[in-house]
Design a protein around this ligand. Structure first.
Ligand SMILES: Cc1cc2nc3c(=O)[nH]c(=O)nc-3n(C[C@H](O)[C@H](O)[C@H](O)COP(=O)(O)OP(=O)(O)OC[C@H]3O[C@@H](n4cnc5c(N)ncnc54)[C@H](O)[C@@H]3O)c2cc1C
Length: 424
């Protein structure tokens, strides 16, 4: 298989291709992915064409040679949380299994544009988590030590260094002064749509079917084993089924007859009007609960916490804009002068320990990948890698081994909620 499978059907993207197309008025570009009608049967059906579903398909093809795959999506690909997040990428987690899977993802992100032959605009601009209480100082110093043991390079930085790194910050706030920070130089952002589009193009080039506007409505099982899914485009048989639908995971699990320890709620974000470059780091302020970065267009991209109640609403709400900006303004006074342009929401899938689920299920050959909650964009490549191994072999490899459903029964939580309170 070629290193860049996408190049077979859409032509390889390169500076020469751009020059060639410029000469012929861009008339030769091919569609990045095909839109076929579903076949009657596939070896693997993946429900959900978000980043995690598409990455699972990609690594099934690339690492295991399995390409008889349909990825079915009720809306448009990347239209769920993958296209709605604030694109923070980091791997500075406290617990060993988390650091392993998130750092695998970060390492894959570092070469993802080359691997997919698609510019995902990965920008390792550095990520800083502010400590604004004594509790956070202790917590983040502990994370730095844990990261050293995990071979994940992070460091503790002083308030003075933070002020030098980020002149717009006010470190002397009366309520929440900045006491230091947990810094990961390799952290940053990537363009969320491009991640979905890049994986989709590569999957399509390997002959996989991406079927959009096709909602899965039911699951057929026989003798405790999956047989087919019912969809808006008819019945599709499959040997294996992967449910990768974030906030809708419990709804789909119920159709297969089992329950998941997931709560779904809206997480919102907003962007300001574009301004000149003033912030070349990604900043998280977890005590007041807000985080921000500046997009290439100049907008300040700002996120806050989840809604305080379970819901399936993909919309923003006015009070959320006010609450989030109010929380951040003491530390970033310049925000008070900015107009906010857009806001939106996505339905996130929260587990009790704020760690994901990559698991077999009570139904043979149905696998779930969910529970990434407020922080799964950064995990997409690592999650896809680990999920592909789970689906191909029928059992988890080392990256997914600790994230099974059994941990909730056996009390083996991977408690990241204690580490940061948030997980973006
Ligand atoms: C506002 C916001 C900010 C965030 N910020 C960050 C951040 O900065 N960094 C970070 O790492 N993470 C962040 N996240 C979390 C991150 O976006 C998600 O964890 C991640 O995108 C989940 O990807 P996914 O592929 O699992 O889900 P999704 O992208 O939601 O994909 C699931 C897909 O399944 C489809 N689907 C659902 N039901 C069906 C059905 N019955 N049939 C067919 N298809 C179905 C949906 O339409 C959807 O497209 C944020 C999330 C939000 C909402």
């Amino acid at each position: 298989m070629s290193a860049n499978p996408a190049s077979k059907s859409t032509g390889r993207y390169s500076v020469f291709a751009i020059a060639r197309e410029a000469m012929r008025l861009h008339s030769g570009w091919k569609r990045a992915w095909a839109s076929p009608e579903p076949k009657k049967k596939y070896q693997v059906v993946i429900v959900g064409a978000g980043g995690h579903g598409l990455a699972t398909a990609y690594y099934l093809g690339k690492n295991f040679g399995i390409t008889d795959i349909a990825i079915i999506e009720k809306g448009w690909l990347g239209g769920g949380n993958t296209g709605r997040n604030t694109t923070i990428i980091r791997s500075n987690y406290l617990q060993d299994p988390s650091a392993a899977i998130y750092d695998k993802a970060l390492k894959l992100y570092e070469n993802l544009s080359q691997d997919l032959n698609y510019n995902v605009m990965f920008s390792p601009r550095g990520l800083l988590m502010l400590a604004q209480t004594e509790h956070e100082v202790r917590g983040y110093k502990r994370t730095v030590y844990a990261n050293q043991l995990q071979n994940v390079s992070t460091e503790w930085v002083t308030p003075e260094r933070i002020k030098k790194m980020l002149p717009i910050i006010n470190i002397d706030g009366p309520r929440y002064p900045v006491l230091g920070g947990l810094y990961q130089e390799r952290g940053g952002t990537a363009r969320h749509d491009a991640v979905a589009w890049g994986y989709a193009r590569a999957c399509s080039a390997m002959g996989m079917h991406i079927i959009q506007n096709c909602e899965m409505t039911g699951i057929e099982t026989e003798s405790g084993r999956v047989r087919a899914v019912n969809t808006g485009k008819g019945r599709i048989e499959c040997d294996k089924l992967a449910l990768v639908v974030a906030g809708h995971s419990s709804v789909l699990a119920e159709k297969a007859g089992f329950r998941l320890p997931i709560e779904s709620m809206a997480l919102q974000a907003l962007v300001s009007e574009p301004i000149k470059p003033c912030c070349d780091l990604v900043i998280m302020a977890n005590t007041v609960h807000g985080y921000l970065s500046q997009s290439d267009k100049g907008e300040m991209v700002i996120g806050g916490g989840t809604d305080g109640f379970n819901n399936y609403s993909q919309r923003g709400s006015w009070q959320h804009v006010e609450e989030t900006i109010r929380a951040l303004i003491e530390t970033f006074p310049m925000l008070s002068r900015l107009k906010m342009l857009r806001q939106w929401g996505g339905i996130v899938d929260m587990t009790g320990d704020r760690s994901p689920i990559l698991s077999t299920t009570p139904v043979e050959n149905i696998f779930v990948n969910c529970g990434w909650g407020t922080g799964g964009f950064k995990a997409i490549p690592g999650s896809g890698w680990a999920m592909a191994e789970l689906v191909a072999k029928g059992q988890p490899g080392p990256l997914a081994a600790d994230f099974g459903l059994n941990r909730f029964r056996e009390g083996r939580f991977i408690d990241e909620s204690v580490a940061a309170g948030v997980a973006h």
